[in-house]
Design a protein around this ligand. Structure first.
Ligand code: TXA
Ligand code: MG
Length: 333
């Protein structure tokens, strides 16, 4: 059932290159409203990071727990340094190597960022995105933008404007449409506040690439029991489609159980006579697979899939982030 408060807006979708679109987005953000914007990873749901009222709208629109902190997006190292209380040499080296790009750095929070952004914590994730539309809006605003992925909480992140509308239509005034995101999964999140840099969420910037720049990096273990979550993105169930998702080590065997509501995502062609609308073939390279993966999950949901069988992914380093997202999408709760 839809509550009246959920349909506050008739959501406008504007091509990002339409005349005035960037100015309209910056104008709304300046008034404390939300705008969904493309980034190179996934679409983000942006708000003025300096404004507790604007940031509160993000949590409301997503149905996100107040205990899950947001990433703040900046257009320069200078803006990043205005959001954090320390800028260690590891941050400087990583920003030099990977920004603008899909890497979020967790650092001590500056006073200028309200506590609602960091879920009351004293650390802040900052990221300088590479997407020209996000960068143009940041430049017009001149202030940092808090932006989680533009999906309802625990659902699959959007890699196209229509995925945003499916989940947040009626809840936000504007989406800037710039087609499909280039990377297709969320940024690497690295915590620089402890003694050893710690990977909180794998992404397409790999552990090896980080270590090549700053030396040893630890990998956070998923928290167990009552342990306070360092990164709720580490929750077992996350990034999930509506359909039940099953990872199949032996795809051929699993196909025996398939019915008309079973969709298959595989890196190989369908068996002869298999209904082509139920078979989604994805590329063999990890980066091409990442670009298409969430879009395919959204498409399966739209087509009414009850079950999605996904062929298990290669056990090599370049697939680490994708295996992480696939396992979370498949988790039961
Ligand atoms: O690629 C991305 O990172 C996208 C685009 C829009 O930039 N954003 C994104 O945001 O994925 P979100 O909110 O969906 O995921 C942010 C992740 C969550 O797992 C959150 O718990 C973690 O980063 N995080 C944010 N701030 C943190 C902090 N201070 N300490 C630890 N983890 C943090
Ligand atoms: Mg998210």
């Amino acid at each position: 059932m839809t509550e009246p408060s959920e349909q506050l807006f008739s959501t406008e979708v504007q091509p990002a290159d339409a005349p005035g679109a960037l100015g309209q987005a910056a104008g709304l953000l300046g008034q404390g409203q939300l705008v969904a914007l493309p980034t190179e990873t996934v679409y983000g749901l942006a708000a003025d990071a300096r404004s507790p009222g604007a940031v509160a709208r993000i949590f409301e629109a997503k149905g996100r727990s107040a205990g899950n902190p947001l990433i703040v997006h900046v257009d320069s190292v200078e803006m990043a340094r205005g959001c954090v209380a320390a800028w260690p040499s590891a941050a400087a080296q990583l920003a030099e190597a990977f920004w603008p790009g899909p890497l979020s750095l967790v650092l001590p929070k500056a006073e200028s960022i309200p506590g609602i952004v960091t879920a009351g914590g004293d650390t802040l994730a900052v990221r300088c995105p590479a997407h020209p539309v996000m960068r143009a809006v940041l430049a017009k605003c001149g202030f940092p933008l808090a932006a989680p992925s533009a999906n309802r909480s625990s659902r699959v992140s959007p890699t196209r404007a229509e995925h945003v509308v499916d989940q947040l239509g009626g809840r936000i005034p504007l989406v800037l449409d710039c087609g499909a995101c280039d990377i297709g999964i969320e940024s690497t999140v690295l915590d620089l506040t402890g003694d050893t840099p710690t990977l909180l969420r794998p992404g397409m910037i790999s552990l090896g690439q980080l270590q090549a720049v700053i030396g040893p990096v630890a990998v956070a273990k998923p928290p167990d029991g009552d342990e306070r979550l360092k990164s709720p993105g580490q929750l077992p169930r996350h990034y999930s489609p509506r359909a039940k998702l099953v990872v199949c080590g032996d795809l051929a065997a699993a196909l025996g159980q398939a019915n008309k509501a079973t969709h298959v995502i595989a890196r190989e062609p369908a068996p002869a006579n298999w209904p082509s609308e139920l078979w989604h073939r994805l590329p063999d390279s990890a980066s091409d697979f990442a670009r298409a993966f969430y879009d395919t999950l959204h498409r399966c949901d739209r087509l009414g899939a009850e079950t999605i069988l996904v062929q298990s992914l290669p056990d090599t380093d370049e697939w680490v982030a994708l295996r992480d997202r696939l396992n979370r999408a498949a988790a039961e709760a």
